[in-house]
Design a protein around this ligand. Structure first.
Ligand code: ADP
Ligand code: MG
Length: 376
């Protein structure tokens, strides 16, 4: 997949390891000689620092080759990281769509714009797609990896372009704009009596200027719609092109598996298929004697000063780990059963739970080796 894809999207619910997977895939591709761009959202501070990314700005930052060399990694390609910033991307979009400087500035300065560009549901997903669209054909990179936003619904981004456009280009909004633009200023007299009463009530609470702000904003934003809708359609269809791969990330927990299964169904509905699954934080059955006696013997042999209770506690921990491991296996049947019977089965990579955060290059390389082992 890393050899053939041009764009890879990592999808899954929050906390399952999407960002880690995305970074590890990026490293794996760079180790195969690719020039990689990782678009990421919320990298752990310590992981970013260990990659030498001190500032969290939206400029592309290429990881210094010395950092890989110091970790003993052979990386013939390159790894560039860019943080996604919803507001900055939205601002860029307004700049590119606006027809003149005053219009541009009025929109950017509007209170409502500031709200929509940061908090409106769907904006974050849409802007991630927008950014992806803007960089995917950049010939400085062979492959672009996208860490999708941690939405409660991992699949929101698929219809985010359409949803965001229709939220703003709705009958209610058109009605509002009409009330405003017929008279050139906002006039309650032009409205039906009922509506006027409601809006009068609203302006009592919000202060007189607020409705004006809303109307001004909507009117101006409306002027950009034509081209925005077109663009949103292009963005949406770019997600369905050849060379775009989907990696579904899950843990072995039932909730997370259910989410990922739901997501793969949604992809199939749209005539796309998940190309690979990553099952992260898997517990393993350890092939060691974890009886209390064996642990006590090992403590003597390795001169561990752990006290009398240690063998019992360690043995109990080992039993729990084994229980978790078999529970994980059971849960994963549900995932494997859902794979289509005909055709090539999707690739599945398993990443063990390392019990410690993946916060440095060396550990990231462990994950990379699990997901995409180097051949030869
Ligand atoms: N296999 C693993 N073993 C140990 N820690 C992990 C593993 N995968 C992820 N983590 C840690 O879990 C946390 C959440 O991972 P992250 O990739 O940021 O999740 P997401 O992006 O899906 O929210 C991070 O601190 C990361 O280092
Ligand atoms: Mg994340």
């Amino acid at each position: 997949m890393l050899n053939d894809s041009h764009v890879v999207l990592c999808v899954g619910c929050g906390g399952v390891g999407k960002t880690t997977t995305c970074a590890a895939l990026g490293l794996a591709a760079a180790m195969r000689g690719k020039r990689v761009l990782c678009l990421t959202i919320d990298p752990a501070k310590r992981l970013a620092q260990s990659l030498g990314l001190e500032s969290f700005d939206t400029e592309a930052q290429t990881i210094a080759p010395e950092i890989f060399a110091k970790a003993g990694l052979d990386v013939p390609g390159s790894l560039t990281v860019m943080m996604l910033d919803t507001k900055a991307t939205f601002d860029d979009l307004v700049r590119s769509l606006a027809t003149d400087d005053t219009q541009r500035q009025r929109i950017l300065d509007n209170v409502l714009y500031r709200y929509i560009s940061t908090t409106l549901a769907g904006t974050q997903e849409y802007m991630a797609m927008e950014k992806l669209y803007a960089v995917k054909d950049d010939d400085r990179y062979d492959i672009v990896l996208l860490d999708t936003p941690p939405t409660s619904h991992a699949l929101d981004f698929l219809d985010a372009p359409e949803r965001l456009v229709s939220a703003i280009d709705s009958p209610a909004v058109r009605w509002f704009i009409k009330a405003f633009s017929d008279s050139g200023k906002f006039s309650l007299n032009l409205l039906q009596r009922g509506a006027a009463t409601i809006l009068k009530g609203v302006s009592k609470i919000t202060g007189g200027g607020f409705l004006e702000q809303v109307a001004t904003f909507l009117t101006e934003f409306n002027a950009l719609f034509g081209s925005w809708r077109e663009r949103a359609e292009m963005v949406a269809s770019a997600l369905r092109e050849d060379g775009v791969s989907y990696v579904l990330v899950t843990t072995p927990e039932p909730m997370s598996i259910r989410e990922v299964l739901f997501f793969s169904e949604r992809l199939r509905d749209q005539n796309m298929a998940p190309d690979a699954y990553v099952v992260n934080r898997l517990h393993r059955v350890h092939d060691v004697d974890a009886s209390e006696e064996a642990i006590a013997d090992a403590m003597v042999k390795h001169q561990l000063l752990l006290g009398d209770k240690a063998p019992r506690r360690v043995a109990e921990a080992a039993r729990q780990e084994a229980r978790l491991a078999s529970l994980n296996r059971l849960n994963l049947y549900a995932l494997e059963e859902a794979f289509p019977e005909e055709g090539t089965p999707p690739a599945v990579a398993y990443i063990p739970d390392y019990y410690r955060d993946i916060h440095d290059v060396t550990r990231l390389a462990w994950v990379a080796a699990q997901i995409a082992p180097q051949q030869g």
